[in-house]
Design a protein around this ligand. Sequence first.
Ligand code: PMP
Length: 401
Amino acid sequence: MPDRPAAPALFGSLERQQPDALLAVIAMHRADPRPDKIDVGVGVYRDVAGATPVMRAVKAAEARLLASQSSKGYLGAEGDQAFTDLIADIALGEPLARDGRITGIQTPGGTGALRLAAELVAMSRPGSTIWMGNPTWPNHGPIFRAAGLAVREHAYFDRALGDIDFDGVLDGLAAASAGDIVLLHGCCHNPTGAAFSAAQWRALADLVAARRLVPLIDLAYQGLGDGLVEDAAGARKMLAAVPEALVAYSCDKNFGLYRERVGALWVQSAGAATSLAVRDTLLTLARSLWSMPPDHGAAAVRTILEDPALAADWRAELAGMRDRIGAVRARLGAAHPALSPIARQQGLFALLPIDPASVMDLRERHAIYLPASGRVNVAGLRDETIETFVTALVPYLSPMA
Ligand code: PMP
């Protein structure tokens, strides 16, 4: 046999990748021996003691599952449909949750819902464009590009004002073509905390309907902003205004189930007949992406929502988390004029009006850890640390704000 030329190594073309900026911050914080170090980087809820606890209702539901679950046999690609239908009542409310034009399946977290949404769009109309505000969650762009969508950005945030640049949003979307997808954060914007007002949602719904754009609403923090119903109001308004829409949902924050990967995707199409084809396509796509979503977290959520007492306890604990976030926001907002927008914003995140050099300085001189973008998780602060944080931060803030 003549020698064949050696094939180049399959993996030889791969290059080192930038480590995830946030994971790098976490690692540096962990390695810092200073006892008064502060982590406002990681994007999970923390209680007054700085812990990210398993919620009471989740613990109770898990105990019930442990005692009662008799099989780990496969479900279908749709996952736990009772979970999806129960959470639809909370996310979409009546009458949308019962609307025959809307179909939904369980997904591995909000990330899975976004990726499935992207694949559905790519399959429905290859080469579609999706618009997203700048800044947005850093994983949004990669998720949509991975599915072959073209990503375009529009303005979102005025850093000097600490508020939404709504004219910038409208101007940006004026360049969108009919059929383009528009990604909108349902509430608790990551990373800015700046959420659309009711009037802005109305204006957006009018624009999206008039220009025949397709909204994809990322609802990852329902209940951590102004309330469960309030946080879904924009999404519901949008769905009522347009024939076609998508909602990517995460239970990972509002049930504290992060690593269990609990989410859902709903798709609204023009009619009940189309909806059946949409559902078939979602299931086919899910089969090739993850076959079926992980069960445990969704089963815990279902167990909670099926039991009025557990559901009430979940709502109460969630309200407590929301109140704590609000209290930290109020204290930060009152501490300095440049921080005052934080009190008007919602959810875990705020974008501090400081530059990357100041972020580095805070890390080196004060052991305060956040990514270079200036995003902070306000729930990373406690009564005992908030004063230290503000005192360290103030020299980097503009006094004129
Ligand atoms: N959307 C936004 C805006 C997020 O911030 C996140 C999580 N950081 C997600 C979606 C994904 O959430 P999950 O952990 O459920 O995949």
